[in-house]
Design a protein around this ligand. Structure first.
Ligand code: ADP
Ligand code: MG
Ligand code: MG
Length: 244
């Protein structure tokens, strides 16, 4: 099975070192929660995995499926089976959700999916996520509420069938009902072929998505790793003990 292996990763943003030597491995079939206080570098890690040009890797490596992807372009990473919702633009004027999804699906697969099969799958996944059929014609993220954007993220993941998915703050700004729908969407996709890195500040979503492993990040690296019970400990005690 494929895995993403991050080793001794140091990342600078605008000349400032944000990741200070981070080690983490996520394999297909596993769900990891990455937690930590605000400013600890969680999103920086997500952008570095996505290959965002503003995030400069100065040491260490990111390997995917045994291959060093540190210098790989974002679209090549996606084609290899890495899913990073944040690598896509927030709003795309004039591009409908249907056309966006069709382009994305065909760009990340060897062969184009027949239109009817594509539409059937898209409608099925949208129904699971309680997304109205009207979204098919809506322009990507234009006027979407916070909850609708998060559902669209999970829809992309469902359609693209990545091997490893990185979800950054998928829970933020969701009310309880939306949180449940989004979590159920993720849980439905979990299985031996999908590895998930679920990045979150809050333990709330972990009541719905039980992680196999929990990591605490502070000061740009992982400072503690444990099982699901580590999240319960954080819920009770907070992050203070990890902040210097
Ligand atoms: P988290 O997601 O854990 O809250 P971030 O990765 O967003 O943490 O931020 C970590 C640190 O990096 C913060 O001090 C933040 O100000 C800084 N940082 C992140 N992205 C940028 C950027 N594009 N420009 C300048 N500083 C940044
Ligand atoms: Mg963040
Ligand atoms: Mg193709």
């Amino acid at each position: 099975s494929a895995r993403i292996e991050i080793e001794g990763l140091k990342v600078e943003v605008e000349g400032k070192e944000i990741l200070t030597g981070l080690d983490l491995t996520v394999a297909q079939g596993e769900t990891h929660a990455l937690m930590g206080p605000n400013g600890s570098g969680k999103s920086t890690l997500a952008y570095a995995i996505a290959g965002h040009p503003a995030y400069e890797v100065t040491a260490g490596a990111i390997r995917f499926d045994g291959e060093d992807v540190t210098e790989m372009a974002p679209n090549e990473r996606a084609a290899a089976g890495l899913f990073l919702a944040m690598q896509y633009p927030t709003e795309i004027p004039g591009v409908s959700l249907t056309n966006f999804m069709r382009t994305a699906v065909n760009a990340t697969s060897e062969e184009d999916m027949p239109v009817r099969q594509f539409m059937t799958k898209l409608r099925e996944h949208m129904a699971d996520l309680k997304m109205d059929g009207k979204f098919l014609e809506r322009n990507v993220n234009e006027g979407f509420s916070g909850g609708e954007k998060k559902r669209f993220e999970i829809l992309q993941m469902a359609m693209l069938k990545p091997r490893i998915a990185v979800l950054d703050e998928t829970d933020s700004g969701l009310d309880v009902d939306a949180l449940r729908i989004v979590s159920e969407g993720v849980n439905k996709l979990r299985g031996p072929d999908l590895g998930v890195l679920l990045i979150t500040h809050y333990t709330r979503i972990l009541n719905y998505i039980t992680p196999d492993h929990v990591h605490v990040m502070a000061g740009g690296r992982i400072v503690k790793t444990g099982g699901a019970d580590l999240a319960e400990m954080l819920e009770a005690e907070g992050y203070e003990q990890f902040e210097s």
